[in-house]
Design a protein around this ligand. Structure first.
Ligand SMILES: *[C@@H]1O[C@H](CO)[C@@H](O)[C@H](O)[C@H]1NC(C)=O
Ligand SMILES: *[C@@H]1O[C@H](CO)[C@@H](O)[C@H](O)[C@H]1NC(C)=O
Ligand SMILES: *[C@@H]1O[C@H](CO)[C@@H](O)[C@H](O)[C@H]1NC(C)=O
Ligand SMILES: *[C@@H]1O[C@H](CO)[C@@H](O)[C@H](O)[C@H]1NC(C)=O
Length: 554
């Protein structure tokens, strides 16, 4: 009881961002997890052989140093003293031995548990045993713990949302007290995400209210290092549970991409130490083409997302190993700003992303999601660069550098992603530039003569916005104009000097774009009109994604 009280008193500390996260994981984790490839078919030799292969094939040297177990490692019962135990048929030398084996080879050792009563695979898990289990893991030499969210029992009158919040904050408090720092990978948001088919509530229809998802993210980005924010990547084809999600593995990758782009503000606000996690790299899955696999890796790197491979690494081809070792793409993932690239534009064929890099360079990533090879031209203005002179553009796959003046032309195969570094003088000011979109409807704020509306994203200049310091928001189609208040709650786009508060906006992790003049929130009205309304709590109609993340302080 007294230890529970200590835990509860540390809750006050949760109101400020976790200062320890930067030291726990100063860059997005890279490594291996068994789940998507092997699910419950895990054992000691799988991890030992994987680690040995990663040392031999250079993945370890390239930075992939986390070896993480997923579900199904425990025995069905706890020990006499109430501790989790490993299944010694699967792990004959025991988990502390495995931890030592990995540490001796400069890997970290990660484990899986679950916030509810039983794991997703029905093994004992940690609800009401958080402190015991954390201490057990520390004793075993664990460096990284993934806490899933299956089979949560509601206690003390808390509802589903509140029980998750209680449990993950409790885990944060427990882990913060340990002498051994552990990366805390949190699956809570996935259980409130747009289309997660809940194991506890199979009758639950597709989620059409994102409020609890947004609210969960609002505490999760401060309680741990990773947010497993939405669906799992679809698992290996021969597994019967593969039918869990419609579509193939490429559709699954795009599904997770589509959730990730809605959440950039959290990673941007946290800075290094917290990462949105769109799940595993499935590098040896046979239904993915080489372009699709490299796209997956390029997009995740543009996001500075965790790069955790789920594959039979000892059996991977030289080509598969080689693309995962692309140093320059890894450097984008591990960049010292830890920024998640945000959306410049989306249309029926291309997804264009951009972010700043530590040395001042601008990153450009372009995905051709269409079914045929195609070219597109990305003006530098869309990347927040006011072109002046020439710029070097390096293709991080072909390694070729070219010189451009005003735009970058890219030609991409079906499902290919081009990823480029644009050299920009560190002194040059780069304005965050790109789509402003409603992360529920996925419709884009569109500038019209005088007005603004939410419309289908088509990638035109009237849907690309420059977000300047002091909260001035200008459409690229008319950069002497800006978004400001009209009469009667309407939002207009007109010529402005930006010096008045009615030209100025603020934006934070709540996702609301708030007028500095009257404190009202920009909202997508019923018919798509952009209007100003009283701010609610994480409403479908008011939560927006902005280029560059959280730039406009409150
Ligand atoms: C360990 O697991 C791997 C992957 O599922 C499997 O191929 C192998 O046969 C297992 N080894 C033992 C000794 O059970
Ligand atoms: C340990 O794992 C083996 C192999 O999956 C399984 O057959 C056995 O039932 C497990 N033992 C216990 C006690 O759960
Ligand atoms: C592990 O790290 C130590 C210290 O940096 C180094 O001396 C050793 O060679 C490394 N071992 C491997 C297998 O990388
Ligand atoms: C959405 O969910 C929130 C939190 O559970 C709830 O307060 C709100 O009333 C819901 N909104 C609608 C329109 O159902």
């Amino acid at each position: 009881m007294s230890s529970l009280l200590t835990v509860l008193t540390t809750f006050a500390a949760l109101l400020t961002p976790s200062l320890s996260s930067l030291t726990v994981s100063p860059r997005p984790p890279m490594g291996f997890n068994n789940w998507a490839r092997f699910m419950c078919n895990l054992n000691e030799s799988l991890f030992v052989e994987t680690a040995n292969a990663m040392l031999k094939n250079g993945l370890h040297a390239a930075g992939y140093t986390a070896i993480n177990l997923d579900d199904c490692w425990p025995l069905q019962s706890r020990s006499h003293s109430g501790e989790l135990q490993w299944n010694s048929t699967l792990f004959p030398h025991g988990l502390p031995w495995l931890g030592d084996y990995l540490h001796a080879r400069n890997f970290t050792f990660g484990i899986y548990t679950n916030a509810g009563k039983m794991t997703c695979g029905w093994y004992p898990s940690s609800q009401d045993n958080e402190e015991t289990d954390a201490k057990t893991f520390a004793r075993w030499g664990v460096d990284y713990v993934k806490v899933d969210g299956c089979h949560i029992e509601l206690q003390n009158g808390r509802n589903y949302y509140q029980e998750f919040e209680y449990r993950y904050k409790l885990w944060h408090a427990v882990l913060s007290k340990l002498d051994r720092p552990m990366v805390f990978s949190q699956s809570a948001p996935a259980y409130f995400s747009p289309n997660f088919p809940s194991l506890d509530h199979p009758e639950k229809p597709q989620n059409d209210n994102y409020t609890d998802w947004y609210k969960t993210m609002q505490y999760i980005y401060r309680t741990g290092e990773l947010a497993r924010h939405s669906d799992d990547i679809k698992v290996w084809s021969t597994n019967p549970d593969n039918s869990f999600m419609p579509g193939g593995h490429w559709e699954s990758i795009l599904n997770n991409y589509d959730k990730q782009i809605r959440l950039s503000r959290f990673q941007q606000a946290a800075g290094c130490g917290f990462y949105n996690d769109p799940d595993f790299l499935i590098a040896d899955f046979p239904d993915l083409t080489p372009e699709e696999k490299k796209s997956h890796f390029s997009l995740w790197s543009a996001f500075s997302a965790p790069l955790i491979i789920s594959a039979w690494i000892p059996g991977m081809s030289d080509e598969e190993v080689a693309y995962l070792k692309n140093e320059e793409v890894i450097a984008v993932d591990q960049d010292a700003l830890c920024q998640q690239a945000t959306v410049v534009s989306q249309d029926a064929v291309f997804e264009v992303l951009s972010k700043s890099l530590e040395n001042g360079d601008r990153l450009l990533a372009v995905l051709n999601k269409g079914e045929v090879e195609k070219s597109t031209v990305v003006p530098l203005k869309r990347l927040g660069i006011e072109p002046e002179g020439t710029y070097k553009v390096k293709d991080l796959w072909s390694k070729r550098t070219r010189t451009v003046e005003t735009s970058v032309e890219v030609r991409l195969k079906r499902h290919e992603t081009g990823i480029y570094r644009i050299s920009v003088d560190k002194q040059t000011e780069v304005a965050p530039t790109g789509q402003i979109f409603n992360t529920f409807s996925m419709r884009c704020l569109t500038a019209h003569k005088r007005g603004a509306r939410f419309e289908e994203c088509k990638g035109g200049d009237e849907q690309v916005w420059l977000v300047r310091k002091k909260g001035i928001v200008r459409p690229l189609s008319a950069t002497n104009q800006c978004l400001f208040l009209g009469g009667d709650d309407a939002v207009v786009v007109e010529k402005c000097d930006g010096r008045r508060t009615y030209h100025q906006w603020s934006y934070g992790v709540d996702g609301n774009l708030v007028s500095r003049y009257n404190g009202l929130c920009l909202e997508e009205g019923e018919g798509g009109e952009a209007v100003l309304r009283k701010c609610g709590v994480a409403l479908n109609s008011q939560v927006l994604a902005l280029p560059g993340g959280v730039e406009l302080e409150r």
